[in-house]
Design a protein around this ligand. Structure first.
Ligand SMILES: [Zn+2]
Length: 139
């Protein structure tokens, strides 16, 4: 096997401590809003778990393996980067929810948060909803 350098960039070597683990959908339309929002909330360094449908595998998994896989990602963030906080960001027009009403999406976010709190009681879990005009807290 041959490995050839195709791009030069100096990345930091220090292992970091994550301010949070952030779970979002991979819908790129909300990337900038989420990043700016996180900065505003004091989350500068974070582990982002990006999954189509966001926390749907935690709240309404197609199979248990999906739920376990996402939970493992969160636990890995805790173990490797000391994450003690999880921010869940659901969003408008999520392809994973087709034409489901917004209440279904936000209810899943709340259910996912409850699942994470039950699985890892020391985690602080927050729920948000990204719309085209900003980010809303789900309480
Ligand atoms: Zn989505």
């Amino acid at each position: 096997m041959v490995m050839e350098k195709v791009f030069h960039f100096d990345s930091p070597r220090e292992v970091y401590r994550a301010d949070a683990c952030v779970i979002t959908c991979f819908d790129a339309r909300f990337d900038l809003a989420v990043r700016k929002f996180l900065k505003r909330r004091g989350v500068a360094t974070f582990d982002q778990v990006k999954i189509p449908g966001g926390v749907k595998p935690l709240a309404a998994p197609e199979c248990d393996a999906d739920r376990d896989f996402v939970l493992r990602m969160v636990r890995t963030s805790m173990r490797l980067h000391g994450s003690e906080r999880v921010l869940i960001v659901a969003h408008r027009e999520c392809g994973a929810y087709a034409d489901a009403p917004i209440e279904v999406v936000t209810a899943d976010a709340v259910r996912a948060a409850e699942f994470l709190r039950a699985s890892e009681p020391r985690l602080a879990v927050e729920c948000y909803f990204a719309d085209f005009d900003g980010i809303y807290g789900i309480g």
